[in-house]
Design a protein around this ligand. Structure first.
Ligand SMILES: Nc1ncnc2c1ncn2[C@@H]1O[C@H](COP(=O)(O)OP(=O)(O)OP(=O)(O)O)[C@@H](O)[C@H]1O
Ligand SMILES: [Mg+2]
Length: 253
């Protein structure tokens, strides 16, 4: 980060569109049709919307995992289109964390080794002790030597969060992080993500769980590849209303 203006927005997205090429002569699919948003340090932003509205695609574009078709994504004040492959990979490794629905841990590495992996890849001093502290922070210090296969789904997801915390990433993306978990375990994982959005670190989460979304500072409702609504003081009621207005069928609780 350079100037103070850059410190105000970790993520600055302007008019992003995304098209996928059609397979075998089929027409192109336009998934994002002009999305602009900003994320400030310490903020937790939730993205909700009907299935197929482009939430995952948007998240991958924001994280620099998927190139945009037009528009601009600035991470930490830097337009990622101007970064070379290596610079972008380094930025992702050092500053960005990702939590997936399917945990994405390395099966042959212990919980502690998984948590410490980004730091080890970056040859960071103290990677192992950062991993231990992060495992303690997610309540798993007694499971450090376990392989992922010996952990429950919720425990594996907590290791994935420990990996993000240990890496020191300032921007954390999570795509349906509670999607495979029961309600109670999902709440634990969500609380950890909520707590992770503090100081300079921000969290952007995609979720179908409207209760979860309402715990964010801000909720963006995506519909057909555009931001259809933005809620600044989300409650589960107004998120439900906004999602219904975006055309998602949500059964009554
Ligand atoms: N690699 C790809 N190639 C072509 N089309 C794609 C690709 N990835 C996604 N799409 C299309 O983009 C649209 C949006 O997909 P996306 O996964 O972003 O939706 P989503 O909002 O995350 O949905 P869900 O809630 O079901 O996860 C879908 O119509 C999908 O078929
Ligand atoms: Mg998705």
């Amino acid at each position: 980060m350079t100037g103070s203006a850059d410190r105000l927005t970790l993520l600055d997205v302007e008019d992003v569109t995304k098209e996928f090429d059609g397979v075998r002569g089929a027409a192109q699919t336009t998934v994002l049709r002009g999305v602009s948003l900003r994320v400030a340090p310490g903020e937790m932003v939730a993205i909700v919307g009907p299935s197929g509205s482009g939430k995952s695609t948007l998240l991958y574009c924001l994280a620099g995992l998927e190139p945009v078709s037009t528009g601009r994504v600035k991470l930490f004040g830097r337009d990622i289109a101007t970064l070379g492959r290596n610079a972008l990979a380094k930025l992702r490794r050092d500053q960005i964390g990702f939590v997936f629905q399917a945990y994405n841990l390395i099966p042959s590495l212990s919980a502690e080794e998984n948590a410490g992996l980004p730091g080890r890849l970056a040859r960071r001093k103290g990677a192992a002790s950062a991993a231990r502290s992060a495992l303690e922070a997610v309540g798993l210090s007694s499971r450090g030597r376990f392989l992922p296969g010996k952990l429950s789904g919720g425990q594996q997801q907590r290791v994935a969060i420990a990996r993000v915390l240990a890496s020191g990433a300032m921007l954390v993306f999570a795509d349906e992080p509670t999607g495979a978990l029961d309600t109670r375990t999902g709440e634990q994982v969500l609380s950890l993500l909520r707590d992770a959005a503090t100081g300079e670190r921000s969290v952007v989460i995609v979720t179908h769980d409207l209760e979860a979304a309402s715990r964010a500072d801000r909720v963006l409702v995506l519909r057909d590849g555009v931001i259809h609504a933005e809620l600044h003081a989300p409650t589960s009621e107004n998120v439900l209303e906004a999602v219904r207005a975006a055309g998602e069928e949500v059964p009554a609780a």
